[in-house]
Design a protein around this ligand. Structure first.
Ligand SMILES: [Zn+2]
Length: 237
């Protein structure tokens, strides 16, 4: 089966997480688990760009933007013109609400370049699925990936599916979300092209994340959409 990892990091993430992976480690992991391409983000966009250049065709660049830091918003143009294919937002990390107006400038720029936005979900008070829904509602022309589709809490996972049902520009990514049955539910109820596979490396391991798709009860054609085709379309890669 062909695989695209729709969400991963490199570098060391300290504090409570205390996890990390090097560039070489990521590429070795991709080779070992047959991952053709990885959508990669790091707060140092120059690092992501250099990894993209060193591994042509393997890395989908996601430009990491903090809406509270205007320089990162201004720099979007530079990185998108250099080949980045998506935007990454993490309201939890940078302490803003996912429905905050301050994100609108980022969304407008994504619309101008016709690239999708990937946004972390699952943590109050910043990144709950309902807030992502309000953001999607204000920007119906921008494709918005709800990373972790609500994450670890059943009520948030249910809300992620409800928000995606309501807003056709919301796409769901399943890394860190523990329930295989919800992958199947998203595929069947939200849409066959709106749920995709990711690892959130180095937070989670590819084998564990893959098992959730494999045990979801979906057939091989559906799994291939989740593992590869949907992300390929979403990122235009
Ligand atoms: Zn992540």
């Amino acid at each position: 089966m062909k695989i695209i990892d729709a969400h991963a990091h490199i570098g060391y993430i300290g504090g409570w997480a205390d996890v990390g992976i090097t560039e070489e480690g990521l590429i070795a992991q991709m080779d070992e688990y047959n991952i053709e391409k990885t959508a990669l983000c790091n707060e140092d966009n120059d690092l992501t760009l250099s990894v993209m250049k060193r591994h042509p065709g393997r890395i989908i660049g996601c430009v990491y933007v903090n809406p509270l830091n205007q320089k990162t918003v201004d720099d979007m143009d530079k990185y998108i013109e250099a080949g980045f294919a998506a935007v990454k937002l993490n309201p939890l990390r940078h302490a803003y609400c996912a429905d905050a107006e301050i994100i609108d400038a980022v969304m407008e720029k994504a619309k101008k370049y016709n690239i999708p936005v990937c946004i972390h979900s699952g943590h109050p008070p910043y990144s709950l699925p309902w807030q992502v829904g309000l953001l999607a509602e204000r920007h119906p022309d921008v494709k918005l990936m709800m990373i972790h589709m609500g994450h670890g809490h059943g009520v948030y996972i249910d809300a992620a599916i409800k928000m995606a049902l309501r807003y056709p520009n919301i796409y769901l990514e399943m890394s860190g979300m523990p329930m295989p049955s919800k992958i199947r539910e998203a595929y069947e109820r939200v849409g066959a092209d709106r749920i995709m596979f990711g690892t959130d490396t180095p937070f989670h391991h590819p084998t564990v994340e893959m098992q959730k798709v494999i045990t979801s009860g979906l057939d091989k054609d559906a799994q291939q959409k989740i593992f590869y085709e949907n992300a390929s379309k979403f990122f235009g890669e």
